[in-house]
Design a protein around this ligand. Structure first.
Ligand SMILES: [Zn+2]
Length: 314
């Protein structure tokens, strides 16, 4: 009474194949659904966020930065094309801390229900603009911290974490890649920090005059000292009295360097230089603002090396 097995096989093989094929189809469909063919559309406010997002997201993201690197982040006003970009985006990364005061109305006007806005400075301990009574970057609702947090690589690590978390939240299928990219970038950042700290350690006089209050996080991390700031508040010109005070400080304390920024007018830095003999070095707070500053790491390296060289009279 043993059933004839060749007979069974003959009858069941097509059925088995059908089951196998249908399972593979389901599996293929699942993979297909979990990994969009199109990269994720992401909008960021400033170029440093574009670079950090691309470092983590690789080929799975398409990032548009609203500012290109040449504009002033405090006085920017969105273009019609920015609205289009925000409408298409799944994620929007901003710094926060009142830096991009223009973002909330842009997001409101875009009216996209699926857009997720992520404030990448969350959790970063803020510095006040102590030299100028903490009001230099007063944002909305009493936020009074200095918003230039990305100028310290330690803070950039926190921003990178927010970016990676957000990418994984909207695209969990690539979580492994995002985490691996994040880890690889952190290693590069750590290596650069060591290299730059070693350079700064050889500089004996690390004092400088800043143009706008963008440098306190940078100065603290790398051991530079800001002894005066040309713009007491971002976008405001100093009074004649304040200029006089700066000139007196530079002469009395023998300050050798005035740091200007490519996004700002060089008129006052040049005037200070003419009056005191201090030299002007032009740096950038936004990647892409100057040659050799296309990435965040390049920008950090450029700023530290140029400033160190200027302080040593090289
Ligand atoms: Zn600024």
């Amino acid at each position: 009474m043993v059933p004839s097995s060749p007979m069974l096989n003959f009858r069941f093989v097509p059925l088995l194949w059908a089951i196998v094929i249908s399972h593979s189809l389901v599996a293929a469909l699942l993979i297909f659904a979990a990994s969009p063919i199109e990269p994720l559309n992401i909008v960021v406010t400033i170029p440093v966020l574009k670079d950090l997002t691309e470092q983590v997201g690789g080929s799975y993201v398409r990032v548009t930065s609203l500012l290109s690197g040449y504009e002033n982040e405090h006085t920017y006003s969105p273009k019609p094309s920015d609205l289009v970009a925000v409408r298409k985006a799944r994620l929007l990364f901003e710094v926060g801390i009142g830096l991009e005061v223009w973002v909330s109305s842009l997001v409101k006007n875009a009216g996209s229900a699926s857009l997720l806005v992520v404030t990448t400075s969350k959790g970063i301990p803020l510095l006040r603009d102590t030299e100028h009574e903490g009001t230099a970057h007063a944002g909305e609702e009493g936020e009074r911290g200095n918003p230039h947090v990305w100028m310290d690589p330690e803070n950039a690590m926190t921003m990178l974490q927010h970016i990676a978390d957000a990418l994984i939240a909207v695209d969990p299928a690539h979580a492994t890649e995002y985490r691996a990219n994040q880890a690889a970038y952190l290693r590069k950042l750590a290596q650069l920090r060591v290299e730059l700290s070693e350079r700064v350690a050889r500089v004996t006089d690390r004092r400088f005059i800043a143009h706008h209050p963008a440098w306190p996080y940078f100065a603290r991390r790398f051991g530079f000292q800001i002894v005066g700031t040309i713009q007491p508040q971002s976008g405001s010109e100093p009074s004649a009295l304040q200029l006089h005070g700066l000139i007196a400080t530079i002469k009395k304390d023998r300050i050798k360097v005035v740091v200007s920024e490519v996004q700002l007018s060089r008129r006052i830095p040049e005037l200070l230089s003419k009056e005191t003999g201090a030299r002007v070095v032009v740096l950038t707070t936004l990647p892409g603002g100057l040659p050799h500053t296309d990435t965040y790491l390049d920008m950090l390296r450029y700023n530290v090396l140029q400033l160190a060289n200027a302080l040593e009279g090289l």
